[in-house]
Structure formats: structure tokens, C-alpha cells
Ligand binder design. Structure first.
Ligand code: ZN
Length: 369
């Protein structure tokens, strides 16, 4: 472990959520995974990831990731390494016909998927380190479809159970690297925040239309997340956002439907978003169960506009109405590029992170006064 301990961070610590935009060089390298010799491919990406680490440290973040620069997409990277998925389900998204991945065979993961990546981060960082994993619930609801998946897993719950087992092993392996925070990414929980979805209205993504039952589904989701985090000594986070896709969000709605239902969830911190319109509302914070700290998303990652330091600090200050300062961590709403092809530039992300850090310093000075 090279960085400081998460227990000794200043008030309003600043953190990355996960992904940073990939420069074209990194996108090109990701495309050469099959054509370059494995060792050379990895060594070239190592050089890039050192830069992603340095960028976050230079911005002044207290908690950093590896920018997820070794992943083409935050879920697919796991699926392709876990095996058992095939792109064969036709569905409609924003009026376009697409071919989506579904689980068709039982997953076979002999070895952990992200350990080497986390070890590199830990060995090269001077800040507190965070590794991210897709949440089992997210994968279960997106990739289990009865007509394709029932032979491998008779029900979605069977699939969820196996995912939780595999991801628990993955999290335990990540912990051995010395990484200090493990975050599960679960934009699917925000489906229950979207009143269009829960009332059965048609929306842009056909895959999201199903028989949602918040009581039943949320209980399954929480059980699976608790299973992944059981016995871990590292700090655990759940990141619950509204999905980022091409400068928009897939779903909308504040967190009030889900926050009071998370009392049985056993993680240390919820990372939520408040900056982008129609996501979280700061008033939702009064519903956060007492055992969580909150990573407040106070910087929008979707739109190109750069918020001012004052604007960021104002949004964070509104959180203090509901939470003690010790329970507030500051972050961008989401990762800047969950998919390597997302449009934000690295300079845009860097400037936003610098301003996030400046806003945190301002709030610390106010608390100290
Ligand atoms: Zn997110």
C-alpha cells in the first residue's frame, strides 16, 4: 500500500468515480488487444495508465482510480473475461435496432479478472486507491433474457446468485492487492427512480421495459451486493447513477423511491449524482440511512459546459443542510467515460476535476473558520 489511509483524509475528500475519457492513443491500443503480443500491449497501456494516475493526482484528488483505461466498457470488460455471453438479442434503442449481449452459457471464471489492473494502480499511486466492479444486479437485469438464457440459468435469480459468488471472489482478490476502496457500479438501481419505467410507460430502450417490482427486486439486489462485500476489510462503495451515454442519461428521477429501502445494504458509502438535471435532488439526502457516508455528485460529467468553482461549492453546501460534514465526500456525478467511445475530452475532465478540488478546499476553509 503506497497511498495515505482513507481514515486520514481531510473533510470533504474528493474522489474519482472511475473512468476518464480515453485519448485516441488509448482507444487505438484497446483496439490492438488481439494483434499486439500480450506483454507489449500491456506495457504500452501501463505507460498510459501512469498518465491517467498522474492526471488525477495533479488535479489534487484524494481518491483515484486507474481511469479504467484498460477497459473498453465498464461492464463488457468483465463479461468478456467471464465468458458465457453472446451478442444475439435484437432490441430497439433510441429508435434504432441493435444487437445486444445476453447470457447463453454458465460463466466460467477460473481466475480473477481485474487483479493485475488494481495491483498496477496500487503500485503507482500516491493517493488513496479505488477499484470498481459492475454490480451483480446490473448485470443480471441487463443480460438475462428467458428465451436465450434459461438453459444456462433457469431464472434471473439463479444468474444473480452466480454473479454474486463470482464477484465476491473478485472483490476478495482485489483486496489482496492493497487497493483501499472497492466500488460496485449499479446504474440499474436508478431504474426504480424513473417513474416512467415503474409505471410501465414506453421509453427509449426496449430492454428496460419489464415487470419491475421494487420490493422484490431491490431485496434481491441488496442481498447480492451484500454477498459481494461480505467479509471485506476495505472500504466499500455503491455507485448508483442514471447511466451515461453520449452526453445524456438513460433514466431520470430522484433517489427518494430507493434511499429509504437501503437500510439492509452493508456498504460504507453511497456515491450519488446531483449535478445533472433530473437525477438526484439534494433534498433526497434526508432519506439516506444513517450508516452511510455519501459521495455527492457535484460536477456534471455529461455536458461539455465547465461549471464554476462557486457553482460546485454551492451544490455541495446544500448537502450540509441534511448531512454532517464528516459524512460528505465530493465527486463528479459518474465516470467521465464508462465506454471508451464517450465524447468528453481529457482536458474537459481534468478542468472539471481541478474545479471540484478547488471547491472542496473552499468548503474546508469555511468549516475551519
Ligand atoms: Zn455512474
Amino acid at each position: 500500500m503506497t497511498g495515505p489511509s482513507p481514515d486520514h483524509l481531510p473533510l470533504f475528500p474528493t474522489q474519482a468515480i472511475g473512468s476518464l475519457p480515453r485519448p485516441q492513443l488509448v482507444r487505438d491500443l484497446l483496439g490492438q488487444r488481439q494483434t499486439l503480443p500480450q506483454q507489449e500491449w500491456r506495457a504500452r497501456l501501463d505507460d498510459c495508465v501512469r498518465f491517467a494516475i498522474q492526471l488525477q493526482q495533479q488535479a489534487g484528488l484524494d481518491i483515484i482510480s486507474d481511469g479504467e483505461w484498460r477497459r473498453t466498457q465498464y461492464i463488457h470488460e468483465f463479461l468478456s473475461r467471464a465468458g458465457g455471453f453472446r451478442r444475439c438479442r435484437r432490441y430497439q434503442h433510441q429508435g434504432q435496432s441493435r444487437l445486444g449481449l445476453v447470457v447463453v452459457e454458465r460463466m466460467q471464471t477460473a481466475t480473477p479478472v481485474f487483479v493485475e489492473d488494481a495491483q498496477f494502480l496500487v503500485d503507482n499511486a500516491q493517493a488513496v486507491t479505488k477499484a470498481t466492479l459492475p454490480s451483480p444486479f446490473l448485470i443480471a437485469v441487463r443480460y438475462w433474457q428467458p428465451e436465450y438464457s434459461a438453459a444456462a440459468y433457469p431464472t434471473c435469480e439463479h444468474f444473480l446468485e452466480h454473479l454474486a459468488e463470482i464477484l465476491a471472489r473478485e472483490a476478495q482478490a482485489l483486496e489482496t492487492t492493497g487497493v483501499q476502496i472497492i466500488q460496485l457500479d449499479d446504474p440499474a438501481l436508478a431504474y426504480f427512480c424513473d417513474r416512467r419505467l415503474t409505471s410501465g410507460q414506453a421509453i427509449h430502450d426496449e430492454r428496460l421495459q419489464r415487470d419491475w417490482d421494487i420490493g422484490r427486486d431491490l431485496t434481491h439486489a441488496i442481498d447480492a451486493i451484500n454477498c459481494v462485500c461480505a467479509g471485506l476489510e476495505v472500504e466499500t462503495h455503491l455507485h448508483c447513477c442514471h447511466s451515461v451515454s453520449k452526453r445524456h442519461s438513460d433514466v431520470q428521477g430522484n433517489y427518494q423511491p430507493i434511499l429509504p429501502r437501503l437500510t439492509a445494504l452493508q456498504v460504507d458509502q453511497l456515491n450519488l449524482e446531483f449535478a445533472y438535471p433530473d437525477t438526484g435532488d439534494v433534498a433526497d439526502l434526508k432519506h439516506v440511512p444513517e450508516h452511510f457516508r455519501v459521495g455527492m455528485g457535484v460536477v456534471d460529467v455529461r455536458k461539455e459546459r465547465l461549471p464554476s468553482v462557486a457553482e460546485i461549492a454551492d451544490l455541495a453546501r446544500r448537502g450540509l443542510v441534511h448531512l454532517a460534514p464528516e459524512r460528505i465526500v465530493l465527486n463528479p456525478d459518474c465516470g467521465f467515460a464508462p465506454d471508451a467511445g464517450e465524447p468528453p475530452t481529457l482536458d474537459e475532465a481534468y478542468t472539471k476535476l481541478c474545479r471540484l478540488v478547488a471547491a472542496a478546499r473552499q468548503l474546508r476553509a469555511e468549516e475551519a473558520a
